[in-house]
Design a protein around this ligand. Structure first.
Ligand code: PLP
Length: 386
């Protein structure tokens, strides 16, 4: 079945809930057993036994995402960052080594530099363009190669199959933060990935009103992931899981509009004299375009814009007057957002040298003509203040 069908039907069992279309919000800590024999009977992952271990509300989201992404199993965490840490800790112990892409989400880098370091786990950052060259950085104790494509803020692509072809025969796991592409626009298990991480807070929830994390894994990696999840105990609350599942049902149609709007905005921005370059792999002249086209099925609504050199005051004049763009952390909701970003301090393996100030734009579901007109007026203020 095609994704539009899977996303509509997967994980739902109305016949078990009086015909109710959506799996209800089950609130549970205790789950009762009728007899001592029931209490002692071996239970599978789909037999509710304790709130933290999952209820039908949680199983619905787990099954839906697993089916959509082509994974063997899923765990659901209370945030995207908890998904990152639960996934990494599944495969690491003291003395291990991690390879992490240099354009990784900032808090994931922080986890490596603080917590993992304290545990005696060393992390080496690498150039997103490394490809099969990753072989030179592999050590006998390398357990995880951590990817994020396109990368946070700078939107660098990685040659995932080329990296996986080197890493997996050596017994290390390939993890990817697949938040940007979602399970719809990148199918990690068709490209050599072992574990896929999502800040469901973004497109899966899709309405800026809940935090959730999702990790999926292939069959070989799932037992360790599930064990990490059960050991750490970071389970998501039932209302947030429900909102994530409800968001997921419409993600395919939302993403089509996010992609259409982002593409039009990116193309328009490329024609602007104030703009140096647009960071969006769907654009044909983007350095990551060939890889994106080969491996990805679409582009979501988040992209970067490097301006020509201009003062921060002028950028503030542009942004402060925008009517349709909110300024704040996160993205993936139905509404448009804009932020000044600066990826320079994060890089350690490579140098990020933008020509001018950088903006990160999330193209929401508004009319794209209105979105562009608002930016155009913003450029007027930028010019005046410059
Ligand atoms: C937002 C984000 C996260 C973290 O998700 P939270 O739900 O905010 O904890 C992880 N990875 C990427 C790429 C993100 O954009």
């Amino acid at each position: 079945m095609k994704d539009d069908t899977i996303i509509t039907h997967s994980g739902r069992h109305p016949e078990r809930h009086f015909g109710v279309v959506n799996t209800p919000v089950f609130r549970a800590s205790t789950i009762l057993n009728a007899t001592v024999a029931d209490l002692k009977a071996p239970k599978g992952l789909r037999d509710p036994r304790y709130g933290r271990r999952g209820t039908p509300t949680v199983f619905t989201l787990e099954d839906a995402v697993a089916e959509l992404e082509g994974a063997y199993g899923t765990v659901v965490t209370p945030s995207g960052l908890a998904a990152v840490t639960t996934a990494m800790l599944a495969f690491l112990e003291t003395g291990d080594h991690v390879l992490m892409v240099d354009c990784v989400y900032g808090p994931a880098r922080r986890f490596a530099g603080t917590f993992l370091k304290r545990m005696g786990i060393e992390t080496t950052f690498f150039d997103p363009a490394i490809g099969a060259g990753i072989a030179e950085l592999m050590r006998p104790n390398t357990k995880i190669v951590y990817l994020e494509a396109p990368g946070s803020q700078t939107f660098d692509m990685q040659d995932i199959p080329a990296i996986a072809a080197v890493v997996r025969p050596r017994g290390a796991k390939v993890l990817i933060d697949n938040t940007w592409a979602t399970p719809l626009f990148f199918k990690p298990y068709e490209h050599g990935v072992d574990v896929s991480i999502h800040a469901g807070t973004k497109y899966i929830v899709g309405h800026s009103d809940a935090m959730i994390g999702v990790v999926t894994a292939n069959e070989e990696s799932f037992p360790a992931l599930r064990d990490s999840f059960d050991t750490l105990g970071a389970c998501a609350g039932p209302d947030d899981v429900y909102l994530a599942t409800r968001g997921l049902r419409t993600m395919a149609v939302r993403l089509r509009q996010h992609q259409a709007n982002a593409t039009k905005m990116a193309e328009w921005l490329q024609t602007r004299p104030e703009v140096s370059r647009v960071l969006y792999p769907a654009l044909p002249d983007n350095p990551g375009h060939a890889i994106w086209k080969r491996d990805f099925l679409g582009a979501s609504g988040l992209f970067g814009v490097v301006l020509k050199p201009v003062s921060d005051t002028a950028v503030a004049a542009m942004l402060d007057g925008l009517e349709l763009y909110g300024m704040g952390a996160s993205w993936g909701g139905y509404e448009s957002l804009i932020l000044p970003t600066d990826a320079r301090p994060y890089r350690t393996a490579t140098t990020w040298a933008p020509e001018g100030p950088t903006l990160r734009i999330h193209a929401g579901l508004e009319d794209v003509g209105d979105l562009i007109a608002d930016l155009e007026e913003g450029f007027g203020r930028l010019k005046q203040a410059a």
